[in-house]
Ligand binder design. Structure first.
Ligand code: GRF
Length: 196
């Protein structure tokens, strides 16, 4: 699991019984690393500030992830784009959770963007990761209504409640081979069709 912040999605994955073999953060000192430590999960930091170049950081991140064999890579609060080495190595086995109904409000501060725009409905997207930011094929989405008194904090709290349910459910489906993909179109099958 790639993290960079509070680690509440990491906690949700652990609670749901996902076998998290390693946590990698792009930022030192974040709460997500403490969550990993408390759960006894090996954790590492690959800090872009300590890499000589973007390309070197990309390679270091891939090397770190490869250190412990895994079936797939889950980006949960990892606020950096991953580069070619990781994408080539793990290809269709990288997923990300994003706090909006993509393609609306990609990038940082998606909840703030939704409030500023004035949409009545926003939500959560879980998608496959591709090189272009927040543009990979969508696996699952769930809507969250915006209410008149919402602040960034209150709306974020409701969006995250959905994330904590949707992301583990998608990971379980991937693990059980229930997610079928045909180009940009992705759907869930009741029976096993495509083991991760
Ligand atoms: C989540 O809202 C996720 O969608 C976004 O960053 C946030 C991470 O939260 N990419 P946490 O670190 O899992 O608590």
């Amino acid at each position: 699991v790639l993290v960079g912040g509070r680690g509440s999605n990491l906690e949700a994955l652990i609670r749901a019984g996902v076998d998290v073999v390693q946590v990698v953060s792009h930022r030192p000192g974040v709460r997500a690393l403490a969550v990993a430590a408390a759960a006894g999960i090996p954790a590492a930091v690959v800090d872009p500030a300590r890499a000589a170049s973007r390309a070197e950081w990309d390679r270091a991140l891939c090397r770190q992830v490869e250190e412990i064999p895994c079936d797939g890579v889950i980006m949960a609060g990892f606020l950096r784009q991953v580069g070619p080495p990781l994408l080539e190595r793990y290809g269709e086995r990288i997923v990300n959770v994003h706090p909006s109904l993509l393609p609306a409000f990609p990038g940082l501060h998606a909840v703030r963007q939704a409030l500023a725009y004035g949409v009545k409905i926003t939500g959560v997207t879980v998608h496959f990761v591709e090189a272009a930011l927040d543009q990979g094929p969508i696996i699952a989405q769930e809507a969250v209504a915006v209410v008149p008194d919402d602040t960034e904090d209150t709306l974020t709290a409701r969006v995250q409640q959905v994330e904590h349910r949707l992301l583990p459910a998608v990971v379980r489906d991937l693990d059980q081979g229930r997610i079928r993909r045909n180009g940009r179109r992705v759907w869930r099958e009741e029976s096993e069709c495509a083991p991760w």
